[in-house]
Ligand binder design. Sequence first.
Ligand code: NAD
Length: 489
Amino acid sequence: MDSVSVEEKVQISVPKSENDSLKRIQEVFELQKENLQTLKNSTAKDRKKKLKKLKDAIFSNREKIQEAIYKDFKKPALETDISEIYPTISELKHTLAHFEEWMEDEYVDTPITLIGSSAYVKYEPKGNCLIITPWNYPFYLAISPIIYAIASGNATMLKPSEFTPHTSLAVKELLAQVFNESEVAVILGDHTVSSALLKLKFDHIHFTGSPAVGKIIMKAASEHLTTCTLELGGKSPTIIDETANIKEAATKIVWGKYLNEGQTCIAPDYVLVHQSKKDELIKAMKEQIAKKYGKDKEARMQSGNLTRIVNSKHYNRLVELTQEAIEEGAVVETGATYEKDDNFIDPTILSNIAPHSDIMNEEIFGPIMPVIGFKSLDEALEIVNEKEKPLALYIFSKKEKNINYILEHTSAGGTCVNDTILHITQTNLPFGGINNSGIGKSHGKWGFVDFCNERSVLRQHLPFGMSQLMYPPYNKWTKKLIDITMKWF
Ligand code: NAD
């Protein structure tokens, strides 16, 4: 075990993107403002052309994106394909296939009291949008909201994470191949650049990141009463009951957890398993780790199948979190070994966790899996429900009654039953959290609507409508009419 000294913690060297200047930020913002009406007037055909150009650019930059992400945190090229490029392309294709229909005015029924009028929802672009993204899926999470912002006719400034500088630059270059800066501009930099951007009066902010920074974003947005979508994180539990197929659960949980070295917002954060199945699960998970990544730490490091921790700051945090849990009595079932120079943490499983240890309180966001046994479902649900509502909740069970009981007695942004992660790839489902794990929804139609003002339009086709019968001066006929209306219509 590497012990992390205070000096080391203070002198963390993290490569970062260069900060863009305040002057450039202001200039781009003004440029985009001037372009808003043109973008609003653009037809579905115009937008389709741009989205297709974006798709082509992604395909032709595929290797460049893989290389950039590898330079940032050694993500295997095929994992980049699977978890960054494919989901982006999938959302792009889904949008291309459906957004013309999403753009259409949506007519609604007319109540009898409004007879003679018609009404519809008009999806108009919000306007100047700001997108701020994190480092863990630095390509997918930056491009996905851009797709919806373009489909709905907005101008967008994107501030990707400073902690994946190679990918952020690759994203900037790729978007510059497709869009004029008056439509999409990438602003590079750290939180001070975010703060400068947040002072501007945007019409919408789409933020992906931690709940702590989400609060800062929401506070800043409130200054201008700007709407914001917050895609946040938290501790996503996995509940495995006594009826579950343990081998299947272990296979899917190991994939969901150690994908991207656990640096996934919807990674299973911890496992609650029926006490009678705990040992079988841990054994099966260890077998899966060996099968997927190699038989020992050296083999796993060399396997080319495991990403690294993004930087020494997060590496140190994870080592400390694990070390503290062990000091409080956690048993290391596998892992808890490290390679500091490479920011590598061996896939780790811990059991016998103290329920109120830090590892059970903060989002782990790394390859460490606490496994906790429970005797009754209610005991498991108590552990889940005493924490913030999670972004994802996973259930492994063959018993319909238990699945429904868990669904009815918990709340989460999304849930997968008998699998992990996959709900994010279902483009016909909204994606997002609830309260501490997020506000608002993205993806597919929800992603499009997120960047739109759902404007209500009522068109009166008659010179005389029923409502005029209730205009002042009020008299006994007005009273009669309102009484009848309230009773019958
Ligand atoms: P973060 O909140 O630290 O940073 C996200 C972005 O916010 C970065 O671009 C950063 O520069 C900016 N930022 C940081 N401090 C800021 C400040 N004080 N003011 C303004 N902007 C600031 O998050 P991270 O460490 O990059 O990412 C990890 C977090 O993101 C985890 O909590 C994870 O669960 C969450 N996440 C959520 C989703 C989702 O879709 N819900 C997806 C990926 C990650």
